[in-house]
Design a protein around this ligand. Structure first.
Ligand code: ADP
Ligand code: MG
Length: 338
């Protein structure tokens, strides 16, 4: 059991502000994603939770208790390291047992823990093999088992599956989601992949330059981004953002006076008869089709279901699904409009 909270936490390395006045609440039992581009402070957040780094300002609480003076060992938070390297001279079983043997745990207890974890990870049948005889996916699962076997209050993972190919990544993230539910533990998970964050997270925080720009469920952040930054980080193709002078050509209703830009997701752009924009590109992707469009020289993207009959060079009309327009002020902050 562990909730994790940050209260105005700042961490500097010389002149670099790695973590900048971060306030965060991670619920007990959540699959919580720290999401942002490289160097935005995600790994530093994990080191602060582990106790490998101390904040320069602010406070970190685990289960409501400040941990400033609690050693990493006493915090009992487990990091699943990025490379997930197994010991090559040990079998899978010896690898999984290792953290407990190292802690001189009772053999009975070790057997029970290992049985529990290896069953949940479906690796019971490969435990006798050395890593060299395992597939990439099996090695990954054994490494995860070794990390989970300790029974800590929370797990931390720093971009654990970014090195895998696309198919294996998808399988592993589904697997991690299932394991996290079964283990019933808080998991703080770093990723720079928006699809991964959106698909696994109960809650997430979007980072930029050490700051949290927004927190919420993936659906919240997707539907109600508080800024053009967050809007642009989630969703592929990215949200179209265009100046209001252009947007009025699409007859967007209810635009607030302060609005400087309109944001519209590719799936909320309606393409129909008209002369407003020109199709520059048609990309059929099976279940849906992505169109490139030019509206007076500004490039837009639209995603349509199926394979509609459009061709490059064709003139079309554009409107926005009612209630699906986002408005932003000149500074990029969202304006509540509807
Ligand atoms: P992320 O994990 O999002 O890529 P990091 O937390 O690793 O970001 O880094 C945030 C910022 O802090 C970066 O500018 C990085 O260069 C800097 N930084 C991280 N660790 C150190 C360190 N040990 N010494 C100096 N600078 C560091
Ligand atoms: Mg990192």
């Amino acid at each position: 059991m562990a909730s994790i909270s940050f209260r105005n936490v700042t961490k500097r390395y010389g002149d670099v502000v790695a973590v900048d006045d971060v306030t965060l609440d991670i619920r007990d039992n959540a699959f919580f994603c720290l999401f942002g581009p490289p160097l935005s402070g995600k790994s530093t957040i994990l080191k602060l939770i582990l106790g490998l780094e101390q904040p320069d300002a602010g406070e970190i609480l685990i289960d409501g208790r400040p941990v400033t003076h609690v050693s990493p060992a006493q915090r009992n938070v487990a990091m699943v390291f990025q490379n997930l390297a197994l010991f090559p001279h040990m079998t899978a079983l010896e690898n999984v047992r290792f953290p407990l043997v190292e802690r001189r745990m009772e053999p009975e207890h070790i057997r029970a823990r290992v049985a529990d974890v290896t069953e949940k990870l479906h690796i019971g049948h490969i435990l006798h093999k050395p890593p060299a005889q395992l597939s990439g996916g099996e090695r990954q699962r054994v490494a995860i088992a070794r990390a989970l076997v300790r029974d800590p209050v929370a797990y931390l993972m720093d971009d654990p599956i970014s090195a895998l190919d696309a198919r294996l990544r998808e399988e592993t993230r589904v697997e991690l989601r299932r394991i996290q539910r079964e283990m019933g533990k808080t998991l703080v998970y770093v990723t720079h992949d928006q699809e991964e964050a959106m698909s696994v997270a109960d809650g997430m925080a979007v980072f930029e330059n050490g700051r949290v720009r927004q927190t919420g469920t993936p659906e919240d952040l997707y539907r109600r981004p508080n800024s053009t930054y967050v809007a642009g980080m989630l969703g592929a193709p990215a949200m179209n953002v265009l100046p209001m002078e252009l947007a009025v050509r699409m007859q967007v209703a209810d635009a607030p006076d302060r609005a400087a830009n309109l944001g519209v997701r590719p799936e909320n752009l309606r393409v129909g008869l008209g002369e407003l924009a020109e199709i520059t590109e048609v990309e059929p992707l099976g279940g849906f089709t992505t169109l490139g469009l030019s509206l007076e020289g500004t490039d837009l993207r639209a995603t349509l279901r199926g394979q509609p009959k459009f061709t490059a060079g064709q003139k079309v009309g554009l409107t926005v699904d009612p209630g699906r327009a986002h408005f932003f002020d000149a500074g990029g902050a969202a304006i509540a409009a509807h």
